[in-house]
Design a protein. Structure first.
Ligand SMILES: CC(=O)SCCNC(=O)CCNC(=O)[C@H](O)C(C)(C)COP(=O)(O)OP(=O)(O)OC[C@H]1O[C@@H](n2cnc3c(N)ncnc32)[C@H](O)[C@@H]1OP(=O)(O)O
Ligand SMILES: O=C([O-])CC(=O)C(=O)O
Length: 375
C-alpha cells in the first residue's frame, strides 16, 4: 500500500473533523476499508445489498438477514404518484443530478422523516426507489415512456439496469453493477459526506441531509468526474490520439478529470477493480477501443505527472460499455453513496454537537456606518 499523503493546507486538508467507525481511507488494507473489511474483498465477494447492510447496520448479513433485507427493499420500489407528477415536469435537458436532488427533496415532502426512529426506513426507501426514480424520469423525458418501476429485479444493481433498458440485464452486467455500487458506497469525510454530516449536526431530517449531499457530489471535482472523464475519452479516436490530446491539455495546465485524489498518493484502490471489469466488458463491446484509450491515458498521466486514475476514470468506459448514457453516471454514484451518507448521518446523530468551525477574518478593519449623504 502507498504511504499516506502528507496532508495540510487549504480545503481543511489533514484536519480531523470528527470520528467515524465506518471506513478508513489511505490507512490499511489496499487503502480503503468499510467497517474493517478491505474494499477489494467486499467487491470480489459480496453483493451491494450485503455491503449496504454492513455499512448501515454494522455487520455483514447472514443468509436469512440478507433475504429479509432484499425482500424489504424490493417491496419499497413504487414511486408515489405525486413524485411521478414532478418527474414528468422536469425537462429532458435537465441534468440528471438535478433530477436526483429534486426527486429526493420531493420524497422528503411526501414521506417526511418525523423522528430519528425512522432513519433506517427512510434510508431503505431511498435505496429501493432511487434507481427507478431516475430511470422513470429518463425514459419519460427522452422516450415519452412511463416505465414500470416495480420490476422482478433481484437487486438494486439489476433494478438500475432493468429500469433503464426495459429488460433483465445480462449476468455480467449485473455483476459489474454490484461491484461498482460496492466501490462507490463509502469514503470517509469526502465533500458530499461532510455536507450530509454538517446538515445532520443541526438535527435536520434525513432527506435534507441526502439532498445536500447530492448537490455536493454533482461537481466535477467530486462525483461528476466520471461523466467529465467520459466526455473527454469519447473525443479520442485511438491511443495515439489520446496521448496527443492529454499532452496538449497538460501543456495548457488543464485539469484532467478522473485523475488525482485529495487523500491517496499513488493509487486509488478502487481503480484496479473497476479497470478489470472495464477490460472484461470491452471484450464484448462494440467500441472496445475505449478501453485501450483509457489505458493509454492512465500511462501518460502517470509518466508525465505521477497522477493516477481515481475511482471515476475507468467507471466511464465500464458504464459506457453497458449502454448507460453518460449523464446517468453520477446518479448511479448517488444510488450507491446513499449508504455511506445515511450511515454518517446516523453516526453524527448518535453523538452530536452542531458542526460550526471558525473562520480567519481577512476583510476590512472595523469601521462606522457613514451617513448616506457622504458615501
Ligand atoms: C470519487 C471522487 O470524488 S474522486 C475525485 C474525482 N475528481 C476528479 O477526478 C477531478 C480531477 N482531480 C482533481 O481536481 C484533484 O486531484 C482533486 C480535487 C481530486 C484533489 O485535489 P487536491 O487535493 O487539491 O489535489 P493535490 O493536492 O494532489 O494536487 C496537487 C497538484 O496536482 C494538480 N492536479 C491534481 N489533480 C489533477 C488533475 N486531475 N489534472 C491535472 N492536474 C491535477 C493540482 O492542480 C495541483 O497542482 P498545483 O499544486 O500546481 O495547484
Ligand atoms: O474521498 C474523496 O475526497 C473523494 C472520493 O474518492 C469519494 O468520495 O469516493
Amino acid at each position: 500500500m502507498a504511504e499516506a499523503k502528507q496532508l495540510s493546507g487549504a480545503g481543511l486538508r489533514g484536519q480531523v473533523a470528527g470520528k467515524t467507525a465506518l471506513s478508513t481511507v489511505g490507512v490499511s488494507g489496499s487503502g480503503l476499508t468499510y467497517r474493517g473489511y478491505d474494499v477489494k474483498d467486499l467487491a470480489d465477494n459480496c453483493t451491494f445489498e450485503e455491503v449496504a447492510h454492513l455499512i448501515l447496520k454494522g455487520e455483514l448479513p447472514n443468509q436469512q438477514e440478507l433475504d429479509a433485507y432484499k425482500a424489504k427493499l424490493k417491496g419499497l420500489r413504487a414511486l408515489p404518484q405525486a413524485l411521478k407528477d414532478v418527474l414528468e415536469r422536469i425537462p429532458a435537458d435537465a441534468h440528471p443530478m438535478d433530477v436526483m436532488r429534486t426527486g429526493c427533496s420531493m420524497l422528503g415532502n411526501l414521506e417526511t422523516e418525523e423522528s430519528f426512529d425512522q432513519q433506517q426506513d427512510a434510508t431503505d426507501r431511498m435505496l429501493a426507489l432511487f434507481p427507478g426514480m431516475i430511470n422513470y424520469w429518463y425514459n419519460f423525458s427522452h422516450k415519452g415512456k412511463r416505465i414500470e418501476v416495480e420490476t422482478d429485479a433481484d437487486s438494486i444493481a439489476e433494478q438500475f439496469l432493468w429500469t433503464l433498458h426495459g429488460e433483465k440485464p445480462t449476468e455480467l452486467h449485473t455483476r459489474v453493477m454490484h461491484a461498482s455500487l460496492v466501490l462507490y458506497a463509502e469514503h470517509e469525510f469526502n465533500a458530499s459526506t461532510f455536507t450530509a454530516r454538517v446538515c445532520a449536526s443541526t438535527l435536520s431530517d434525513m432527506h435534507s441531509c441526502i439532498t445536500g449531499a447530492i448537490g455536493s457530489l454533482r461537481g466535477p471535482l467530486h462525483g461528476g468526474a466520471n461523466e467529465a472523464a467520459m466526455e473527454l475519452i469519447q473525443k479520442m479516436e485511438n491511443p495515439d490520439h489520446a496521448e496527443a490530446t492529454l499532452m496538449g491539455m497538460l501543456e495548457r495546465k488543464e485539469k484532467i478529470m478522473g485523475f488525482g485524489h485529495a487523500i491517496y498518493r499513488e493509487s486509488d484502490p478502487r481503480n484496479a477493480i473497476i479497470k478489470g471489469w472495464s477490460e472484461k466488458l470491452s471484450k464484448e463491446a462494440s467500441n472496445p477501443a475505449l478501453y485501450d484509450i483509457s489505458v493509454r491515458c492512465e500511462a501518460v498521466m502517470w509518466r508525465e505527472k505521477k497522477l493516477f486514475c481515481n475511482a471515476d476514470f475507468f467507471h466511464a468506459s465500464a458504464y459506457n460499455f453497458m449502454g448507460i448514457p453518460t449523464k446517468l453516471f453520477t446518479p448511479i454514484f448517488v444510488c450507491s453513496r446513499l449508504t455511506g451518507w445515511a450511515a454518517h448521518v446516523m453516526e453524527q446523530r448518535s453523538d452530536n454537537r452542531i458542526i460550526r468551525p471558525s473562520a480567519e477574518y481577512v476583510g476590512v478593519e472595523f469601521r462606522v456606518v457613514p451617513p448616506i449623504s457622504v458615501r
